[in-house]
Design a binder for this molecule. Structure first.
Ligand SMILES: [Zn+2]
Ligand SMILES: [Zn+2]
Length: 272
C-alpha cells in the first residue's frame, strides 16, 4: 500500500514562511494498492491530486469522506476530474447517498460559487458507506467519529497491511478509546487527529479533536507500527509541529521502541 499526504492541515488552509515544512493544504490522502486506489477526504489538498490525476490516464476514482466540515470538502470545487467527462467518480460517505449529493450540490450554487452542479462533466455516483465494504479492491471498515458533525473514520486494508484514518476525532468522547483501539489494532499506519497539545486540549474538551498525547496513547493501546500526527492546527508553525513530533517520539521511545511516530507533512509518502 502506498499512502501520500496531499493535505495535513485542519480547519482552514494556511500559507506563509511558518508553514513551508508541513504545508498548508487541508485534509486529503491518496491510498494506492495493487487493485485500485481510494482518496480519503476532499480538503484543499485534493486540488493538487486532481491536477496529477487529470494529467494521466483516467482511472475510476473512489472518494471516501469522513464528514462535511469545509476543511474536508472544499477541494472538490477545484478537483479537475470533476469537469472532465473521461472520469467516473464514486463519492462514499457517512450519510445516505441522496444527502451526500444534496450537500455537495449546495456548495456549487450562487452566491458561493459560479459553476453550477449541473455542469459537472464526470460521471458521478454517491453511496452510503456502511460498516464494512469492498472498495477498489480494499476491505474498508467504518467507525463513527467523536466529533460535533456526524462522520466516520476508516480502516483500509489489503494484503500489505491496514491503514487507519481517524481525523476530527476526540478520544475522550463516545465511542470510547477501547473501541478505537480495537479498530486500529495492529495498524500498519494510524493517521490520527493531533490538533492540540495536552494543555490546549484541557480548554477545548468537547470540540471533537484530540491531543497528541491521547493519539499516542491510542497508537500504543492498538499496537500500531506507525503513528502519523494529523490535522495540524491552523496556527501551528513548523517549529511548533516539530516540537510536538519530538515530544511524541521521546515518549514512544520509552513505551514502544518499535513505534514510528511522526508529524504528517504535505507531500510525504509512506509505503508498506
Ligand atoms: Zn477538520
Ligand atoms: Zn471537523
Amino acid at each position: 500500500m502506498h499512502v501520500r499526504f496531499w493535505g495535513v492541515r485542519g480547519s482552514i488552509p494556511v500559507s506563509g514562511k511558518a508553514y513551508t515544512r508541513f504545508g498548508g493544504d487541508s485534509a486529503c490522502l491518496e491510498v494506492r494498492g495493487s487493485r485500485g486506489s481510494v482518496i480519503l477526504d476532499a480538503g484543499t489538498g485534493l486540488r493538487g491530486l486532481g491536477n496529477a490525476l487529470s494529467a494521466g490516464e483516467p482511472q475510476p476514482i473512489h472518494l471516501l469522506l469522513t464528514h462535511f466540515h469545509w476543511d474536508h470538502i472544499l477541494g472538490l470545487l477545484f478537483f479537475k476530474p470533476l469537469y472532465d467527462d473521461r472520469f467516473r467518480i464514486a463519492i462514499h460517505g457517512p450519510l445516505p447517498a441522496e444527502e451526500t449529493e444534496a450537500t455537495l450540490a449546495a456548495l456549487m450554487r450562487q452566491p458561493y460559487f459560479p459553476v453550477p452542479f449541473a455542469s459537472v462533466q464526470a460521471r458521478l455516483s454517491f453511496a452510503h458507506l456502511r460498516e464494512a465494504e469492498t472498495v477498489a479492491g480494499f476491505n474498508v471498515e467504518a467507525i463513527p467519529l467523536s466529533h460535533p458533525s456526524p462522520g466516520q473514520g476508516y480502516a483500509i486494508e489489503d494484503e500489505s497491511g491496514r491503514l487507519v484514518f481517524l481525523t476530527d476525532n476526540e478520544l475522550d468522547g463516545e465511542p470510547a478509546l477501547d473501541r478505537y483501539a480495537a479498530f486500529a489494532q495492529n495498524a500498519s499506519l494510524l493517521v490520527h487527529d493531533a490538533e492540540y497539545t495536552g494543555s490546549e486540549y484541557a480548554l477545548r474538551k468537547g470540540w471533537g479533536h484530540s491531543s497528541q498525547e491521547r493519539a499516542l496513547e491510542l497508537a500504543l493501546r492498538a499496537g500500531a507500527r506507525r503513528l502519523a500526527l494529523y490535522h495540524h492546527n491552523q496556527d501551528r508553525t513548523d517549529a511548533e509541529v516539530l516540537a510536538m513530533e519530538r515530544q511524541c517520539r521521546e515518549k514512544a521511545a520509552l513505551a514502544a521502541p518499535d513505534l514510528d511516530c511522526f508529524a504528517a507533512a504535505q507531500g510525504m509518502e509512506v509505503e508498506f
